[in-house]
Design a protein around this ligand. Sequence first.
Ligand SMILES: [Zn+2]
Length: 304
Amino acid sequence: MSEKSKKRPPTPLSIKRQLRQESGFGCCKCGKPIIEYHHIIPYTDDDPHFRPEDMMCLCPYCHFEATDGAMSEDEQRRYKENPFNIQRGYTKGLLKINQEDLVISTGSNLFIGNGDFIRVDNENLFLIRISEDGYLQISVKIFDDQNNKLIKIIDNEWLSGDPFAWDIEAYHQKIIIRKKLRKILLDINAKKYPIEIKAELWYKKVHFKLDNNAIAIDGIISRTMKFSNLCFVAGFIDINLEKGWALNGNTVIVEPDINKKIQKGIDIWNKKKIWWNSRSSDLIKDLRYYEFKNIYMIGVDKVP
Ligand SMILES: [Zn+2]
């Protein structure tokens, strides 16, 4: 890559959005929801363009085909005109979901809110959002056990890393990213409610395993921490590699019945959203009281 091409500005957000919409939020050729923005007419010093009619969404694998010359311009334009997802009726993409509020289940814990649920030294381990079009957007940086960055995906855009060392499997409302051979790094199943996430990730040499039983974190203060059966609302597990960990964002519900737990969580989440919009100091007083009252009462409920 030349110095000049390194300086190419990123594709403008409005163009990205237009390309995502026309492609059915996936690769025009194969429909995968993890994509790159491809220039059908190359971006050059003489023609530094972001013309949507000369660009398209492709997954990293099909993008390689296109840039490697294995997919002719005619072929590229055919896929752009007849995107895989649109042909099959997935106009909002494979990761279109029916949830308005993000309710995630991982390691037997629930996270209700904005999809930011584990932070290490103030960085998200990974982040899940619902876009304004109602599909899941995933951001993750995957490292190896020596803290070398392997891949980087931000809002479903493959930004860096060798895609051929990885498999991305995508189905309707489900995505699995695994390292060859077979090791699953991230498995997001949005067919279920709550959305189920399993993952095994390294970050800053700390090992995170999110399976059916717990979120297990290895390598802080030299022992394994496990979190299970908690419900966080707009909250997250906050890990500081020097100081240890904290449960942050202040609302943790302890309640045995899962449906009640989700309902209470969504209720608190909605109140928080009202507060964020209004910034009323009276409301935050009420809200804090409400939260503490609920945590307290839920705790007390269990005591005879
Ligand atoms: Zn593809």
